[in-house]
Design a protein around this ligand. Sequence first.
Ligand code: NAP
Length: 377
Amino acid sequence: MESLPELRWGIVATGMIASWFVTDLSLPREDARARHIIQAVGARSEAKAQSFVKSFVPELEQSGIACYGSYDAVYNDPNVDIVYIATPHAFHKQNCIDAINAGKHVLCEKPFTINAREAEEVVEAARQKGFFVMEGMWTRFFPIVEKLKQLLHKERVIGEINRMFADFSLDMPLRDLPSTSRLRDVALGAGSLLDIGIYSLTWGLLSLEPPGTSEKPEILAIQTLSDGVDISSAVLLQYHDAPGARQGVITSSVLHKTDDIFARVEGSKGTLFLSGSGASMPDRIKVSLKPLNARQDMGDKNTECVDIPKAEMSFAFQEKCGGKGFYYEADCIALDIAAGKMESSIMPLNETLRVMKMLDLIRKQGGAKFPQDLPYV
Ligand SMILES: NC(=O)c1ccc[n+]([C@@H]2O[C@H](COP(=O)([O-])OP(=O)(O)OC[C@H]3O[C@@H](n4cnc5c(N)ncnc54)[C@H](OP(=O)(O)O)[C@@H]3O)[C@@H](O)[C@H]2O)c1
């Protein structure tokens, strides 16, 4: 543990995802690549910050952890190295800028901001001031993503990739939620696309584009709106300049829960399936080859399952420390910062900007608008 890089975190907001994050970072892990200290927690009231610590990291109550009744106090705490922002999307831009201006590195939950214009402001501030800033697209840091890239793009197990489908949908009873909920209030960024569709889009990009490339697929989108909130989004991605056509069918909804298999990628030699408890937490890849390829490549079996070895997979990490996987991104950030890097190579700022621009275009075609988009163009 002594030689691992150490990062002191200041937590901004005490909602659901912040509770997952601090719980994960506090778990004992044999394979940890960094040491994470929850140094401070800020909420809109000090009592809420204290209650959060009591509920989710009670072992820190006596450790001198700072509980603040404002977010500013976290930004200004000299013992905090990096601020983790877990407010509703509508506040991400200002929270990021405030933290950067106070001299802190930042990990901001996804979506990075409400729209690309806001994202550009944050990226500019980060680059000007020279702090590490990253969008918390934590799923990209799971070991299964490396395995996916290896299978699809390096080993080309399913041959030439033609098409993929990805869905992240949840059964969210929006009508039962208060109108002030971030899932209902458009002013807070409500809608399936930015909340969960961003994961479907991420799987589309990871599957259809070889690593290291950054393409500009044509986008066709349609959304179903209820009280201005997109309750369903459907997006087609078309890559025209590829040697073979590549299409992505990318969907999200708050009306139904996606089945265990949330994505499938089709290629000239077979199909790859991704599954997990949701598209943000993948834990299994299965490859099924077409009979001809299976006979040629694998003897007489017509189906081959590629299970990631337990030691590398969520299966194993769940058994080992009971966590969800936020430590993968946190460890990478600690290593990046220790190496003097200002952004992540796994979730670089230009990729965040590219994704935000795609989300803007999808909303422009689909109709979902946020007050922060004004003036509409
Ligand atoms: N990585 C993931 O898998 C994942 C999963 C879920 C959500 N997220 C992202 O994380 C962010 C927060 O989501 P969440 O599910 O944690 O939301 P949440 O449970 O509603 O918590 C949001 C927190 O933001 C603070 N807040 C400040 N102003 C607020 C306002 N006007 N209305 C509501 N809350 C306000 C509150 O904390 P205080 O009162 O303590 O200040 C609240 O607890 C969102 O951007 C979401 O997209 C990521």
